[in-house]
Design a protein around this ligand. Structure first.
Ligand SMILES: [Zn+2]
Length: 293
């Protein structure tokens, strides 16, 4: 059964200590994002955890733009990437080696990706791109991200992620700088972290957010902010394809076209197909060097 919090994210704060959290459940967004990718349940579950992670992290970063989380390694799944925007749209992809998808059943996260790195990239709508990298050393994606935050953020941050391939769920906690007059910061953080640690996959996938939060943190006073909706959306378009061709330059684009009668761009994220012909190139590269007959 679909949780009533499906495809929603909630922010919450603890009234009596300086801790905030985000909780997310994905259902249709995950299904839509993987619908056109011919991948197994295991690969969808891997991507599901990445989607839950970017959904949570984009909320705690005060920025407008796109957040990309990417794992690259030498294992049977050399690339996984997921993007979330501040508009709460998601897209992502899993890539395999040249022999296609191997059997991923019973493989752990490190076994799937192999030795590699996890990269977090922030592409703000305006301003400079920022990239952070951490080695893939944890046993789970959540462990790797917790390690990432331990190294890069001053605020203690911890994540829990899960996915069964059809649904995904995630929980994030962050200790805020203590407000004046409160000195129970560290104790409260340890208690809250310890309580969150008891969360099960089933609870994260099936319970609605307020029920789960009450179950986990009933000894604390929590405030839940209004739900925000998440959805799969690919920003690709015919115009963006043209921009890509434009960045190739006239000669390379023309060479590409001369191999076939048409240049075809396939979007791997959503399955869209864009086709461009000579008329498009002529329009893209208006030039007085066109030979006149
Ligand atoms: Zn697309």
């Amino acid at each position: 059964m679909k949780s009533s919090s499906a495809d929603q994210i909630h922010r919450f704060v603890f009234d009596d200590c300086d801790i905030r959290g985000e909780i997310v459940s994905l259902d249709t967004a995950l299904k839509d994002a993987t619908a056109h990718q011919n991948i197994s349940l295991e690969a969808r579950a891997l991507l599901g955890e990445f989607f839950a992670a970017v959904s949570l992290i984009v909320e705690i970063l005060k920025f407008s733009g796109t957040l990309t989380l990417q794992a690259r390694g030498a294992g049977p799944v050399p690339l996984v990437m997921a993007e979330a925007t501040d508009q709460r749209t998601l897209r992502g992809i899993v890539k395999f080696g040249e022999h296609g998808e191997p059997d991923l059943r019973n493989l752990t996260f490190p076994e799937m990706i192999g030795n590699g790195i996890l990269t977090l990239t922030l592409d703000p709508t305006q301003g400079q791109r920022y990239q952070g990298i951490v080695a893939l050393e944890g046993n789970t994606l959540a462990d790797c991200l917790t390690e990432y935050f331990a190294r890069s953020e001053q605020l203690p941050t911890r994540l829990w992620l899960c996915s069964d391939g059809d649904r995904a769920g995630g929980l994030l906690l962050q200790a805020l700088p203590p407000s004046e007059g409160r000195n129970n910061g560290q104790d409260a953080w340890e208690t809250v972290e310890h309580l969150a640690q008891t969360v099960t996959t089933q609870e994260l996938l099936e319970l609605d957010h307020s029920t789960l939060l009450v179950r986990l943190f009933h000894e604390f006073q929590l405030r839940l902010f209004p739900a925000q909706q998440l959805a799969f959306k690919c920003p690709c378009s015919r115009e963006r394809g043209l921009q890509a061709l434009s960045s190739l330059g006239r000669n390379d684009a023309q060479a590409l076209l001369s191999e076939r009668d048409i240049i075809q761009i396939n979007c791997e994220f959503c399955g869209a197909v864009y086709q461009y012909g000579q008329a498009d190139l002529d329009e893209l590269f208006p030039s007085d060097q066109n030979p006149l007959h």
